[in-house]
Design a protein around this ligand. Sequence first.
Ligand SMILES: [Fe+2]
Length: 501
Amino acid sequence: MRKRLTRISMDYKILVLDDEEGIINTIKIMLNRNGYYCKGITDPIEAIDVLKNENFDMLILDYIMTPINGDEVVSRLRQFNKDIYILMLTGHKDLTPPLDTIKVLDIQGYCEKSDRFDQLLLLIESGIKSISQMRTIKQFKDGLNKILQTVPKIYQLQPITTIMEEILKGLMPLVNSESAFILIDDFNNNTNEKKVIFKGVGTYDIPTEDLIEKLSPYLMEQIGKSREMNEVLSLESGMIYPLHNEYNTSMGVIYIESKDFKEGKALIEIYARQAASSINNAHLHSLINMKKEELDWTYKELKKRYLDTIEALRLTVDAKDIYTRGHSDRVAYYAMKLGRAFNLPEDQIELLRLAGIFHDIGKIGTADDILFKTDKLEYDEYEEIKKHPLKGAYILSAISMFQDVVPLVKYHHERIDGKGYPEGLKGDEIPFLARILSVADAFDAMTTDRKYRSKLNIEDAILQFKMNAGTQFDAEVVDMLIKILDDFETMKKELDETFKT
Ligand SMILES: [Fe+2]
């Protein structure tokens, strides 16, 4: 019969001291079979020496030995090692050390030698459990100490990026991380423009304006999600911790790359709260130290690169599907036309334009075979497609500068009668601009060829809108669409000129 091989873990090291070689061998076999590493020594004096130089978690030792007994070994050992877990093997009941000695020497357990070692194994396993708990407590204590040492630094008045770097330096050792970053909103500027402040360490030690290229759409999506839901997210590559101020408003995130979180997780949550409040406090002061021009430049560059990146991603999505090519641009155009017809202010027209361009950006994450399927979609596949408004919203909410576009993207498939998705909002619950976007989106879908049907002419499209006004679409927006379609020929010309393809 083939022997079962157990992998021996070096997580816990056990030393067995007994002057009978046979006992050592028996215990060794039993421990190895249960996956524990163990070393055996027959001479008590040598054992003390070994324990001085080598780190062991547990000592199992005999009581009656020569030249010194087990209690004497422990007494000498305790002079330099208070931590090691000790189990004593005893012979006959009358050969047991007095209970007082056991207590004084801090011996955690004892057990009578017998032919079978079931009881010993139980004692060892419960000992290993306590050792593991002690390690956790120690790690926690060390971590808290580290945090306490760093906290004063992060409360000092210094430039915000220095504070952020201090925070990262405090956090990373807790989970053996080598790369991490903090991304926060620059909520303290007086302009309406939303800016971000970024500080990274390790692979993320890059200028702010490069960060968009560095972060994957997936990570952006998860950052947005963590911020929206105010939840710690655990990814394969690391963890995202949302930061919020005392009013529970999202300020940004900390991302820490590591595969080794374990107990560090809870520590980081404690620290993240400290970090958020220190950032909050220091932000006001430190901003004064930053050159305004520098911020402005970084912001413009960042916004440009972000738009460029998303634009590139969007074009990839568009380019993948010949039937929807140009769709987003046309939706943006129709949405703006409708917005203007409603006399909306220019900033809202700009929102409609951005939302038109990016409304389906969430499809980046949808598998090609679902996106381009010509047959009827299965239930699960349709459910997957239905996630795109939410995914898109997350991608855009990673950076606060697009926060006003987020609701439009998120709700562009909602219906007035509440039968839409992702939230099933009804009537006025759906933002007005999202209702406009929904009509613009549907109008372009109806009037262009799709893989599953040919385009409708204007009259049939209008008929469709009339039939679905008040259920799928906002009736007021439908009326406005019909009104502006009087001039459809001019619109077509304008579109052709703007998007010569
Ligand atoms: Fe969509």
